[in-house]
Write a protein that binds this ligand. Structure first.
Ligand SMILES: Cc1cc2nc3c(=O)[nH]c(=O)nc-3n(C[C@H](O)[C@H](O)[C@H](O)COP(=O)(O)OP(=O)(O)OC[C@H]3O[C@@H](n4cnc5c(N)ncnc54)[C@H](O)[C@@H]3O)c2cc1C
Length: 396
């Protein structure tokens, strides 16, 4: 049996769910199917926890703000960073017109987004495997899927959205190149506060801040999470992690102990997990859309976690793609060109801020991690005051 939908979305992460929500809210008659390869049970831990204040404007547009506030995530007041100097400096969200940000339990947040998409009328198939490459006949995409180990079935839609994260599942099949700009990875571990000075929530005062601290291998970040948890991550390049043995727990721990500020965050905390590793390199698809398809979120571009903008971008792309798809379905011209232009400008602006921010750290000029980044910083244009850009867009 063949089933037809108006839009099929690959991946029910934040970008996929935001796209589905925006589509269904604007056009309740559209049938939207989300295919998710993961099962319906939330993972206990998922990386990527700081939601910057400006994300609230997108929640409002998606009609999620009131519901989001009921979740009880941890308030994030801003960032403290030892970057370019061993002294801590503060960037408070207090000065943002959107108020404070949030440290969220990412696994529960992703499930919550999926629930919101379902409430808005989208259908989600968890445990879905796309068997074979999707085929486009210039009018419809044809996919074969297996769901919950049942027999393979065929589905089709005129529009498909690639929201599969960094793997960019669909775009790869379309032979659209992914351009990687570095080899950044995150090596991280979760902790549970054991400090008697924490309040009822299990969180200490400092948990309301993200702490960023540069070091010769890269930089550390740590943040409080709801329910007295913390995450501590070392961001470095994959080849340096291997040569310096930073993937070994004892070596990672020694590196953590050699920090001036970050090490204080695990003094009163018990490890909850072993080390996890995730790619975190900056990457961009050669083009984020084509006839009948759009890429959103990390499938279209990934940002360095230093920016804390990955989730914001995923929400924003969902909204932007919904407008472009509406125009496509109405046979209006120019939707793809507009979408591509906006995403290219977004990436260009991100790269500019990224170079500027890395160029502020000059203490480790002889270390390979920093040499690689100083090279690009020297060639960046400095038309905009870096501090304005940082305040506007959330770099710590
Ligand atoms: C170390 C680290 C720290 C970070 N910290 C932050 C932070 O503090 N703040 C922030 O905003 N961002 C942060 N990020 C980035 C942020 O997590 C991502 O930008 C965000 O998850 C992107 O959302 P997405 O929906 O595009 O992709 P994803 O979250 O990757 O979701 C993709 C979904 O697609 C599914 N999928 C993949 N392939 C298929 C397939 N073939 N079929 C069906 N389903 C498929 C996956 O199972 C997944 O559910 C961090 C990232 C890293 C690595």
């Amino acid at each position: 049996m063949r089933q037809c939908f108006d839009v099929i979305i690959i991946g029910a992460g934040i970008a996929g769910c935001a796209t589905a929500l925006a589509l269904r809210q604007q056009h309740p008659h559209l049938s939207v199917l989300l295919l998710e390869r993961g099962n319906n049970t939330p993972q206990p831990f998922r990386i990527g926890e700081t939601l910057p204040p400006q994300a609230m404007a997108l929640f409002q547009q998606l009609d999620l703000l009131a519901q989001f506030r009921l979740r009880g995530d941890l308030v994030s007041l801003g960032n403290r960073s030892a970057w370019g100097s061993s002294q801590l400096s503060e960037n408070l969200f207090l000065y943002s017109c959107y108020g404070h940000g949030w440290h969220i339990d990412r696994a529960s947040f992703d499930s919550w987004m999926a629930q919101q998409a379902e409430h808005a009328g989208a259908t989600i198939l968890h445990d879905a495997t796309i068997t074979g490459a999707p085929v486009y006949d210039r009018q419809h995409w044809h996919l074969s899927i297996q769901h919950n180990d049942h027999a393979t079935r065929s589905i089709e839609a005129p529009v498909i959205v690639d929201a599969s994260g960094m793997t960019a599942f669909l775009s790869r099949g379309q032979h659209v190149n992914r351009v990687s700009h570095d080899k950044l990875i995150g090596i991280f571990r979760y902790y549970q506060n054991s400090d008697a000075s924490t309040g009822d929530t299990g969180n200490a005062d400092g948990d309301s801040y993200t702490l960023v601290e540069s070091c010769p291998y890269g930089w550390w970040y740590s943040a409080g999470l709801p329910h007295g948890r913390r995450v501590i991550a070392l961001m470095t390049d994959s080849d340096l992690a291997r040569t310096e043995n930073l993937l070994q727990e004892a070596i990672w721990r020694d590196a953590l102990l050699s920090t001036q500020h970050t090490c204080t965050r695990f003094a009163h905390a018990e490890p909850l997990t072993s080390l996890h590793i995730k790619p975190a390199h900056t990457q961009q698809l050669e083009r984020p859309c084509g006839q009948g398809w759009y890429a959103v979120g990390d499938a279209a571009s990934t940002f360095d976690p230093l920016s804390s903008l990955g989730m914001y971008k995923a929400l924003r792309h969902g909204l932007l793609a919904s407008y472009a798809i509406r125009d496509d379905l109405l046979n209006k011209t120019g939707a793809r060109e507009k979408y591509q232009h906006i995403l290219n400008e977004e990436f260009r602006h991100y790269q500019h801020m990224h170079r500027q921010y890395y160029s502020l750290e000059q203490r480790f000029a002889n270390a390979p991690f920093w040499q690689r980044r100083q090279h690009t910083a020297a060639s960046s244009d400095s038309s905009r005051n870096i501090y304005d850009a940082v305040m506007d867009n959330g770099f710590p």
